[in-house]
Design a protein around this ligand. Structure first.
Ligand code: ADP
Length: 159
């Protein structure tokens, strides 16, 4: 049986921290689907199709990784794709409370699906999409935090 995992998130925008989790996840599972959630009520920073295109370009070097978007419940998306693992990254302890609640809710919704956490690589443990958005807004060097296709999108972003 193929072991397939889903790495869900907003990826708004994708960062080197996300790519680190993707690379490590690609090494652990036969297939990894990066799933961009488009449920959020709030207006996105980058349109979901742009996030998908940029991430797809970034993951080309890993043949067992692909990028999809999803609406609705994550556990339903996982079931549709026959994935038994939800992969998430943990940075500081401040991530824990939120991740713990989501993981337990997802377990109630589907006890067969496990959430697996990878501890962030130290180098990227401070890095969050919100940091990138704020640095870009204030005119700082956000390019150091994101892969090139994402930097281009931020530079050309319509506000
Ligand atoms: P969400 O909005 O669903 O929390 P994010 O796009 O912010 O989605 O993050 C997706 C996942 O990636 C989360 O599990 C988050 O903790 C993890 N993550 C984000 N940035 C990093 C990083 N720098 N290092 C490791 N994991 C990260």
């Amino acid at each position: 049986m193929k072991h397939r995992a889903i790495y869900p998130g907003s990826f708004d925008p994708p960062t080197f921290g996300h790519l680190d989790i993707i690379e490590r996840g690609a090494g652990l599972y036969d297939e990894l689907i990066v799933a961009i959630g488009s449920n959020s009520e709030k207006a996105p920073y980058l349109p979901v199709e742009q996030r998908k295109a940029a991430l797809s370009e970034c993951v080309q070097k890993w043949p067992n990784v692909r990028v999809e978007t999803f609406n609705g419940l994550l556990v339903d998306f996982a079931t549709q794709h026959q994935a038994m693992v939800l992969l998430r990254g943990l940075r500081a302890i401040s991530d824990y409370d939120y991740e713990f609640r989501i993981a337990l809710a997802n377990r109630r919704l589907n006890p067969q699906i496990e959430t697996v956490f990878l501890i962030a690589t130290e180098e990227f443990s401070f890095l969050a999409s919100s940091v990138v958005r704020e640095v870009a807004r204030l005119g700082g060097n956000y390019q150091q935090f994101v892969p090139e296709p994402v930097a281009k999108l931020i530079a050309n972003r319509q506000v």
